[in-house]
Ligand binder design. Structure first.
Ligand code: NDP
Length: 288
C-alpha cells in the first residue's frame, strides 16, 4: 500500500485563500492587520525566507514592513527598533529572522518582542502559556503540523506520537502541542539509543533533525503517519527531508513530501498568528 501524501502546499494555499476573505472583511471594518519583519545581514537563506513571508502577506492583504539592518548592527540598536515596533499601532506582529550575528543575543531579542506581538511564538510567555494549556501564539512549524493532520482527518487524541528532535522552535513545542491534543508523546534526540526502538512504536512520527536519510522504512511502524520536518540539500543540490521518502511511502499510511509538506504550512501559520494578534489588538481597543 502506498501512503497518502499530505499536500502541505495545497492545504496552505486553501488556507491563504480563506484568510484573504477574512482580511478583506477586517479591512472593510477599518482593521488592517500588520506584520513587521526584521532582517539582519545578507544570509541568502534568511533573505529568501523573508521574501517569502512578505510575499505571503501581500497575497492575503496583510500590511507588511521589512526592516533591514547590516550584519554589523549592535544589539542595542536592534532592541531599540523592536521596542519602537512594540509601540506602533499599525504593527500587530513582529518577526525577527533567525539566526542573528554573534554580537546579538537571540534570547534578548526574543524577550524584547512584546508577547502580544510574538507571532513566532518563541517568547517564554507564549511557551509558558502553551505549557499550561492556555491560549497563546504557537510556534509556526508545530502549529502547521497539527493543522495538516487535521486537514486529512488524522486523529491525534490517544495516538502515540514520537518526535525526533528537541529544538526550542520545533521538537519541544511540538511535543507540548501534541500533549495538549491528548496524544501520548515520546521525545527523542541525539542521545536516544537505539533511536529505531522508539520510532518503530510511533502511530505518528515527527522527524525534525536536519539529517538527510536519518529515518528509513525499517524505522517506521506499518501504517504510521510520517511528518518530515527536515530540510537538507542532497549531493545534487535538491531539497530533501530527514526521511527516505521513496521507501517510507510504501510503509506509511500518510506522509509529507519535502518540499511541499511542512514548509508551506509553517509559512501560512505565521499569517494565521498575525491575524490572531491583529484581532486581539482591535478587540482590546473596542469600547467595553
Ligand atoms: P536543531 O539543529 O535546532 O535541532 C535538531 C535536533 O535533532 C536536536 O534536538 C538534536 O538533538 C536532534 N538530533 C541530531 N542528531 C540526531 C540523531 N542522530 N538522532 C536523533 N536526534 C538527533 O534543528 P531545528 O529543530 O531548528 O530544525 C530541524 C530540521 O527541521 C532542520 O532540517 C531544519 O532546516 C528543519 N526545519 C524545517 C522547517 C519547516 O518549516 N519545514 C522549520 C524549522 C526547521 P540534541 O538536542 O541532543 O542535540
Amino acid at each position: 500500500m502506498t501512503a497518502q501524501l499530505i499536500d502541505g502546499k495545497g492545504i496552505a494555499g486553501a488556507k491563504r485563500l480563506a484568510m484573504k476573505a477574512t482580511v478583506e472583511k477586517l479591512k472593510s471594518e477599518g482593521m488592517v492587520p500588520g506584520l513587521a519583519v526584521i532582517l539582519v545581514g545578507e544570509n541568502p537563506a534568511s533573505q529568501s525566507y523573508v521574501k517569502g513571508k512578505i510575499r505571503d502577506c501581500k497575497e492575503v492583504g496583510i500590511y507588511s514592513e521589512l526592516v533591514r539592518f547590516p550584519e554589523s548592527v549592535s544589539e542595542a540598536e536592534l532592541l531599540d527598533e523592536i521596542r519602537k515596533l512594540n509601540e506602533k499601532d499599525s504593527i500587530h506582529g513582529i518577526l525577527v529572522q533567525l539566526p542573528l550575528p554573534k554580537q546579538i543575543s537571540e534570547r534578548k531579542v526574543i524577550q524584547t518582542i512584546s508577547p502580544a506581538k510574538d507571532v513566532d511564538g518563541f517568547h517564554p510567555i507564549s511557551l509558558g502559556k502553551m505549557m499550561t494549556g492556555q491560549d497563546s501564539f504557537v510556534p509556526c512549524t508545530p502549529a502547521g503540523i497539527i493543522e495538516m493532520l487535521q486537514a486529512v482527518n488524522v486523529q491525534i487524541a490517544g495516538k502515540h506520537v514520537v518526535i525526533v528532535g528537541r529544538s526550542n522552535i520545533v521538537g519541544k513545542p511540538a511535543s507540548l502541542l501534541f500533549l495538549n491534543h491528548n496524544a501520548t508523546v515520546t521525545i527523542c534526540h541525539s542521545k536516544t539509543t537505539p533511536l529505531a526502538q522508539y520510532t518503530k512504536q510511533a502511530d505518528v512520527l515527527v522527524v525534525a533533525v536536519g539529517h538527510a536519510g536519518l529515518i528509513s522504512a525499517e524505522d517506521i511502524k506499518p501504517g504510521a503517519v510520517v511528518i518530515d520536518v527536515g530540510m537538507n540539500r542532497n549531493a545534487a543540490g535538491r531539497l530533501v527531508g530527514d526521511v527516505e521518502f521513496e521507501e517510507a511511502k510504501e510503509k506509511a499510511s500518510f506522509i509529507t513530501p519535502v518540499p511541499g509538506g511542512v514548509g508551506p504550512m509553517t509559512r501560512v501559520m505565521l499569517l494565521e498568528n498575525t491575524l490572531k494578534a491583529a484581532r486581539n489588538f482591535f478587540m482590546e481597543r473596542e469600547p467595553h
